[in-house]
Design a protein around this ligand. Structure first.
Ligand SMILES: C[S@@+](CC[C@H](N)C(=O)[O-])C[C@H]1O[C@@H](n2cnc3c(N)ncnc32)[C@H](O)[C@@H]1O
Length: 232
């Protein structure tokens, strides 16, 4: 099956590339940088987690090691094929309809910033459909400051160049992210829709969710839950 690239997104480099431009081999080499601990801090022991857009399992494995149960979902068969430690599903998030609900629905990696409003609604509807009534939805959103200008970031064995940054009408931003890990280089084109808190609140509400708070001072980690019905 050939899945077309998503709008404004494409990627290049060695090995397979997912439809959103993410390089499988690069994610295979990447490790968690504290995200698992941040997520674990809001969970009860042995929680059930639906991880949407799991990639190669960079965060799945640490969550399993912390004792949680994870169903890992991604539309890229090349991505989910790398996860053998738990149950996986190859599906677009928007089309996911399971007859199960989870303590946590986790959607990281700025998927919420997809530039298409209908697609974003589809993602949030899936979160709402699969979270328990007393459960949590955790979303990681883009930080507009990371695309304020071209930049170079260095971490141990990993060099990230952010280039061709564009500030676009409608509070969108575009950039090319070029990752070099060891001897290999991958490029990914990114187009994101930034969301004000009001837009986020409205869009969560349209899917039956409500904003609870942010887990980090930069407000990139959003905690939401099913809308609470006021007692009469
Ligand atoms: C940037 S990668 C990050 C993977 C993982 N969350 C991590 O942090 O390592 C984003 C992943 O989301 C998947 N993805 C993007 N949009 C999707 C959609 N609408 N449905 C299913 N998977 C999607 C891509 O295939 C890719 O594997």
């Amino acid at each position: 099956m050939v899945i077309p690239n998503r709008v404004g997104q494409g990627g290049s480099g060695p090995g397979p590339i997912s439809p959103d431009g993410s390089p499988i081999e690069m994610y295979e080499r990447a490790e968690a940088r504290g995200e698992d601990q941040l997520i674990n801090a809001v969970l009860s022991p042995r929680s059930s987690i639906l991880e949407l857009g799991c990639g190669t399992g960079r965060i799945t494995r640490p969550l399993l090691a912390l004792g949680h149960q994870v169903l890992a979902v991604d539309e890229s068969p090349d991505m989910v094929a790398r996860i053998t430690e738990t149950e996986t599903l190859c599906s677009t998030i928007e089309d996911l309809r399971l007859d199960r609900r989870f303590d946590l629905v986790l959607m990281m990696s700025f998927l919420i910033n997809v530039p298409d409003d209908d697609a974003r609604r589809g993602l949030l509807d899936t979160c709402a459909r699969h979270v328990k009534p007393d459960g949590t939805v955790l979303l990681q959103q883009h930080d507009r400051r990371s695309f304020a200008q071209n930049a170079v970031l260095e971490r141990e064995n990993h060099r990230l160049v952010i280039s061709d940054v564009q500030q676009l009408p409608g509070d969108r931003q575009a950039a090319t992210m070029t990752h070099t890990v060891g001897e290999e280089t991958w490029s990914q084109d990114i187009l994101v829709q930034n969301l004000t808190e009001q837009q986020l609140t409205d869009q969560l509400r349209a899917s039956g969710l409500e904003l609870v708070d942010y887990l980090t001072p930069d407000q990139t980690w959003i905690r939401a839950r099913p809308q609470q019905v006021a007692a009469t």
